[in-house]
Design a protein around this ligand. Structure first.
Ligand SMILES: [Zn+2]
Length: 304
């Protein structure tokens, strides 16, 4: 999955005093786009349609890279240390000196939608990008205190923002959600979303609401989306999913009662039962969804 970057190690300790050296990786976002360079020499990567979004059609097979501090330091006004991956330290560039932006094209970089890079290489840089994007959104959306409107400042020890006026403190926001592999012993319930960029197969999914356990969310979401009841809810695994600011908890659940589907047409464009032979989804080594579909086909359906 996207967070499986061994032998690289992700270190999310916050070091407020850290300053970038010339090799520090600079993450620069504008709306949904990130400054990135592609090695175009290796052609285009094949992305299976079962796990693609409409933004991901022509991802170069060569490595991606982001600007480093040494290239752009004369432009960098304000920055924030994010994390390290292996020996690479990542910084968020938040302001340019005099609002003067580097000429990215001249330097071989482009702005590209962050979601278009999900299948890019190397994987650890994609993980770093999605994690940096999550932090970027949190910083961007918490410039001002949500309680009193004052400008926030960064805590001097923790990854947290504080309000000088009312004392409010805001920690990074992560939205928990569940992914559910509903099966009846012989078939897995797969879906497709309605009106989203991602056109591949999915499983039932939804955000945990206030006051719910994750298992409650599983039962509620399955009934809301496809109108069936489930039992024997069992935990499979989890995944940080920074591109949506969420944290995914994967569960399998057994059909309890009738298998007739009553689909929520606002959420889904398709929902149906599939035997292992009918499932073409491969583990894309990125998403928990593809891992769970493939794991069901390979192990659970075989009674492992
Ligand atoms: Zn305040």
């Amino acid at each position: 999955m996207i967070q499986d970057i061994f032998p690289k190690i992700y270190d999310n300790n916050y070091y407020p005093e850290k300053e970038p050296d010339d090799n520090a990786v600079c993450m620069i976002f504008k709306e949904n786009n990130v400054v990135v360079a592609h090695d175009e020499s290796k052609g285009v990567k094949y992305i299976p349609q079962e796990s693609a979004s409409s933004l991901e059609m022509d991802v170069p097979a060569g490595d991606i890279s982001f600007p480093v501090y040494g290239q752009i330091k004369e432009y960098v006004g304000e920055y924030r240390y994010l994390f390290s991956v292996g020996d690479e330290e990542y910084y968020l560039v938040t302001h340019y000196k005099g609002e003067c932006e580097p000429d990215w094209t001249e330097m071989g970089y482009v702005y590209e939608h962050y979601k278009a890079l999900r299948h890019a290489s190397p994987k650890y840089k994609v993980f770093a990008l999605m994690t940096a994007y999550h932090l970027h959104c949190w910083y961007r959306d918490n410039t001002f205190c949500g309680r009193c409107g004052e400008r926030m400042f960064h805590d001097t020890r923790l990854r947290a923002l504080r309000c000088p006026e009312c004392g409010g403190i805001v920690f990074p926001r992560i939205s928990p959600a569940v992914i559910v592999g509903v099966h009846d012993g012989e078939r897995l319930l797969m879906t497709k979303y309605n009106g989203r960029d991602y056109k591949g197969y999915a499983l039932i999914a939804g955000f945990v609401e206030i006051g719910e356990s994750a298992e409650d969310t599983v039962r509620r979401e399955v009934f809301e989306e496809v109108g069936v009841h489930v039992k024997n809810v069992t935990y499979y695994g989890s995944q940080p999913w920074g591109m949506d600011g969420s944290f995914l908890l994967g569960y399998y659940a057994q059909l309890d009662g009738a298998a007739g589907i009553n689909m929520d047409r606002e959420e889904l464009s398709m929902a149906d039962w599939y035997t292992p032979q009918e499932i073409t989804v491969q583990d894309d080594d990125i998403s928990l969804t593809s891992r769970m579909i493939y794991n069901w086909k390979l192990h659970i359906a075989q009674g492992d």
